[in-house]
Design a protein around this ligand. Structure first.
Ligand SMILES: [Zn+2]
Length: 378
């Protein structure tokens, strides 16, 4: 992660960069910010900057190109370690420690580094269980820091939500902060620093990450995620500075619009309403290429649900209530005889859009073929 990928936070980014240039790198730092803030993202960008192999004397960001930057970006750097709250799950039935969730953590952070504890618990399938950093984790941690860095200048240990440390784990961390191992930097990322031991607080350099202001979030959603201004402002008002929630709301809003668009479009195709299909084509054209592709992906997902529902409703147990009626009704027209061809149409359209074909022609062509396929007898 690079600093430039994180919206705003100019002051804190500058301070972090300066500590590296002046070689005042505190061996333990506490990134404190509310849930949904950029605290974790900034810690990751800082870790990337610290270990960047092409860092110029006046650089304000990591290069993003060197082997270290690339590995940290994918969260596969051997000297980048994470201690996380976890719990037993179906996949990890006992001895739950962070290292067993490395794959899940990677996909979680790469999807959206602004998410909260609850999102993480859902992501690992913890149901309603509480996550914590167990005392077993402290043994792992001691082993970890006793090793020298494999390839980087600094070994990095990111402790996400240290407020959830078991007292034994907290004591182990405290010992490490008191007698820090060489060339190791601890980055604690906390939503509730007031719950940390005062002895820990006194040993860490604070990095205060402020929540996002509404205009900042609005601009970010509008400029980086192509959310229309009015909707971007609505979302920004609702989420109270929580960037993670803003990104989730933006996705839900987009899905919602895609769903409405898809339902109307399928009705027009089935009714062979060519004039309506042509005005739908205008709407499709206006979406822009990225959204067109995303919409086709979304359409493929719905189509799959419709087909499965037709075979056996039990196969799609988590159907949102808003989609239920359409999926059930439409399943009468999607069947093994035309399902493959329908899927093929949308896949082909996706392929052509990606290769810069004229979206209008792709959409009309696909619509007319779909109209015929839907008339196909079971
Ligand atoms: Zn680099």
């Amino acid at each position: 992660m690079r600093f430039s990928e994180i919206p705003g936070q100019t002051d804190v980014k500058r301070v972090l960069v300066q500590t590296v240039h002046r070689q005042h790198i505190a061996h333990a730092q506490l990134f404190r910010g509310a849930e949904g803030s950029a605290a974790l993202a900034l810690a990751l960008a800082y870790a990337t900057f610290l270990n960047c192999e092409n860092r110029a004397a006046d650089a304000a960001d990591s290069c993003g190109q060197c082997s270290s930057c690339q590995k940290i970006d994918k969260l596969i750097h051997p000297d980048l370690n994470f201690i996380l709250p976890v719990t037993t799950t179906k996949a990890v039935a006992k001895d739950a420690v962070s290292s067993k969730f490395a794959g899940e953590w990677r996909s979680f952070v790469l999807e959206n580094p602004y998410q909260g504890l609850n999102d993480w618990m859902q992501h690992i399938g913890a149901d309603n269980k509480q996550g914590s950093i167990s005392k077993e984790e402290s043994l792992q941690l001691l082993k970890l820091v006793s090793l020298k860095a494999f390839e980087a200048q600094f070994k990095i240990v990111i402790i996400w939500l240290p407020e959830l440390m078991h007292p034994a784990a907290a004591n182990a961390v405290l010992k490490l902060l008191e007698e820090p191992p060489p060339a190791t930097v601890f980055l604690l990322v906390s939503f509730s620093p007031e719950q940390l031991l005062p002895t820990i607080i006194s040993r860490v350099q604070p990095v205060v990450v402020r929540p996002y202001a509404e205009p900042e979030l609005t601009a970010f959603l509008r400029d980086e995620h192509q959310v229309p201004e009015v909707k971007a402002r609505q979302i920004a008002q609702l989420v109270e500075g929580n960037l993670g929630a803003a990104l989730a709301a933006r996705e839900a809003a987009a899905d919602n619009d895609y769903f409405t668009f898809f339902v109307e479009w399928m009705r027009q195709c089935y009714g062979y309403k060519v004039d309506l299909i042509l005005s739908k084509t205008d709407e499709f054209q206006k979406m822009g290429r990225e959204n067109q592709k995303e919409f086709l992906q979304f359409g493929l997902g719905i189509l799959r649900k419709v087909l499965l529902f037709g075979i056996d409703a039990q196969l799609v147990p988590h159907l949102p209530a808003s989609e239920q009626q359409f999926v059930a009704g439409f399943s009468r027209f999607v069947h093994p005889a035309n399902a493959d061809a329908l899927t093929q149409e949308m896949n082909d359209a996706h392929y052509h859009i990606e290769r810069n074909a004229n979206p209008r022609m792709v959409f009309v062509d696909m619509s007319l073929r779909i109209a015929e396929l839907l008339k196909m007898p079971v």
